[in-house]
Design a protein around this ligand. Structure first.
Ligand SMILES: [Zn+2]
Ligand SMILES: [Zn+2]
Ligand SMILES: [Zn+2]
Ligand SMILES: [Zn+2]
Length: 133
């Protein structure tokens, strides 16, 4: 565990700014396109790919050019790519069954991130509610 600057304990680390981030602060604009992973991965290997690529279309993510959404697995993708990705699931798929196109883990934040602030979770929920309504 490491401690975010807002003093919440977290397991997540921003590789770009080299600071721990909690599930709340990860939503700040300064970390919008950052490579964020588990702190345990940072300890093993602090290298990261830069710039970040969209987990779906694989093009470079640029600040301010298009809306992006961070998934619970911490991957970042274009909002429009998330929309078409979600639409590619059958209508019988419950939201709980949505997985990331890149790592195939659920798009919803695991409890380790959710417990340190629900911002990531609520933003994602909001984005999906908007596109499915
Ligand atoms: Zn924080
Ligand atoms: Zn950052
Ligand atoms: Zn994309
Ligand atoms: Zn992922």
């Amino acid at each position: 565990m490491v401690v975010c600057k807002c003093r919440k304990a977290t397991r997540v680390y921003c590789f770009v700014h080299k600071v721990p981030v909690c599930g709340q602060c990860i939503c700040f604009p300064e970390h919008q396109l950052c490579v964020v992973k588990n702190y345990s991965e940072w300890v093993v290997n602090p290298d990261y790919d830069w710039p970040q690529h969209c987990s779906s279309c694989n093009s470079v993510l640029e600040a301010g050019s298009e809306e992006t959404t961070r998934l619970g697995c911490l991957h970042v993708m274009h909002r429009k790519c998330l929309v078409s990705h979600i639409q590619s699931f059958s209508t019988q798929t419950a939201p709980a069954g949505y997985v990331c196109p890149s790592c195939s883990t659920p798009i919803w934040p695991p409890s380790t991130i959710k417990d340190t602030g629900s911002c990531l979770h609520s933003k994602l929920k909001e984005a999906i509610a908007q596109m499915t309504s």
